[in-house]
Design a protein around this ligand. Structure first.
Ligand SMILES: Cc1cc2nc3c(=O)[nH]c(=O)nc-3n(C[C@H](O)[C@H](O)[C@H](O)COP(=O)(O)OP(=O)(O)OC[C@H]3O[C@@H](n4cnc5c(N)ncnc54)[C@H](O)[C@@H]3O)c2cc1C
Length: 419
């Protein structure tokens, strides 16, 4: 059978991965329809950090131009000890080294702009449609069902349906996300309300900052374009709750605030002043769930694929969840366009899966180190230096932030095509 790129792809989920994939496919003349369980007026809270590797993809789909003035651009985060002495500066973005700075941006802004691009290129999003199961998959295509019992067909189904993915149940039945035992507590506060100390030998107070105090790490990062609104937060060990329990906790702003202030007396003065000025209504909690490494992101017949959080929800510390979702979408579109007589679908998907997994593995390793740095002092002291520190040597993360991630895939297609 002569192989050709799929003509019509069904994408489950209008999140970051799903919408980015639809735009990348459209650029390559592959049609898609997105099915999204929520309604179009749903609002999402919080902000995201987008590192240079994500921005490279955002630039490719015309998203970066639209959002870069709506968020906060920066290059590095300072690590400080309990006495507020800077112990290291870690580059999360750098124009010269990695091509871009790092951007912190409200998630809703990102989603709105993605939706606007999707509308401009006329990709349909069907809202209020909850994918429930795959009915049948052959070498030609897929029939799938929604929870209202209607069905649809497509050449391929791509599950971009997030950490609690239903599409994943077809590829890796029974796999669920595991609770890491850690709960992040964050809020949005005003920079003017925090008492930043003057530090001898330092030129102003470096933001974003991660203060390694006795109870753990406290982070403050600007997230509005003028830098005046700060995300502030820490993470604490917390027992796992069921869905109703997590929902109750999320709604109980007093409890969230008292958990965040639990070790008030043990934090340095800067953190105390931040904790004194938290607008309670901005309190937000985020239990860290991660996915065990999957054997495969692809069904046996190669017509159902998962990506983004559905395939590999990485622990959040490196701020790479969204970035990896963008990379997945970009590279999958490159490969699907390359399907031909000489580049078979299953072989191409399996190459994609292994290359993507390699990168996600690298992110997981980096995240473990960053998580160690956030432990309380007595826990940090039990670990080896290399497990709790990132060197401040610039450019150490070129493999992550500076990589030309499309190149491996384009080279592979070219090599196959020439043989
Ligand atoms: C509080 C918080 C802060 C974060 N901060 C960062 C950060 O700073 N940097 C970073 O890189 N990452 C961050 N992340 C992680 C990042 O948000 C995710 O990795 C990213 O959103 C994954 O994108 P996705 O498209 O795979 O999944 P999602 O964004 O979760 O999108 C999945 C979509 O699928 C839909 N869906 C689900 N099930 C179905 C179904 N059955 N049928 C139809 N539709 C369905 C959902 O409604 C949703 O719209 C953060 C996450 C959280 C929660």
């Amino acid at each position: 059978m002569v192989q050709t790129p799929p003509k019509h792809v069904a994408i489950i989920g209008a999140g970051l991965a799903g919408m980015c994939l639809a735009i990348e496919l459209n650029k390559r003349s592959i049609q898609s329809t997105i099915y999204e369980l929520r309604n179009p007026t749903h609002l999402t809270a919080g902000a995201l950090m987008l590192s240079p590797n994500a921005i490279r993809v955002m630039e490719d789909i015309g998203l970066y131009e639209r959002v870069k003035d709506k968020g906060y651009l920066f290059e590095s985060i300072a690590f400080k000890d309990a006495e507020e002495k800077t112990t290291g500066v870690y580059y999360l973005g750098h124009e010269k080294l990695y091509g871009y700075q790092c951007l912190r941006l409200h998630r809703q802004v990102l989603l709105e702009e993605l939706k606007a691009i999707i509308q401009e290129i006329n990709v349909p999003i069907v809202y209020g449609k909850k994918f429930s199961s795959i009915v049948s998959e052959t070498s030609e295509g897929v029939t799938f069902r929604f929870d209202d019992d209607t069905t649809a067909t497509a050449d391929m189904v791509i599950g971009a349906d997030g950490i609690y993915s239903t599409v994943r149940q077809y590829i890796a039945p029974g796999t669920t996300a595991n609770f890491s035992g850690l709960l992040a507590l964050t809020c949005a506060l005003q920079k003017k309300d925090v008492r930043f100390p003057r530090i001898e030998g330092e030129d102003g107070y470096h933001l974003p900052v991660a203060i390694n105090g006795k109870p753990g790490q406290f982070v403050m990062a600007p997230q509005s374009s003028d830098g005046e609104e700060l995300l502030a937060g820490t993470q604490i060990p917390y027992p796992e709750q069921d869905r109703a329990g997590w929902a109750r906790l999320a709604a109980d702003k007093d409890k969230l605030l008292s958990l965040m202030r639990k070790d008030y007396e043990r934090w340095p003065d800067t953190v105390k002043s931040a904790l004194d000025s938290v607008p309670k209504e901005t309190m937000f909690d985020w239990p860290f769930y991660t996915m065990p490494k999957l054997h495969s992101w692809i069904s046996t017949a190669g017509r159902v694929v998962i990506l983004g959080d559905a395939a590999h929800a990485v622990p959040p510390a490196a701020g790479q969840g969204a970035s990896q979702a963008f990379e997945d979408a970009y590279t999958l579109a490159i490969l699907l366009e390359g399907i031909s007589e000489k580049v078979g679908l299953q072989e191409a998907l399996s190459f994609w899966n292994s290359k993507r997994q390699e990168r996600v593995d690298g992110v997981v390793k980096l995240t473990l180190k960053i998580n160690n740095m956030r432990l309380p002092q007595e826990e940090r002291e039990k670990l080896a230096e290399e497990d709790i520190s990132l060197s401040d040597e610039r450019g150490q993360l070129a493999w992550l932030y500076g990589a030309n991630i499309g190149k491996d895939f384009l080279d592979w297609i070219e090599e196959k095509t020439q043989n």
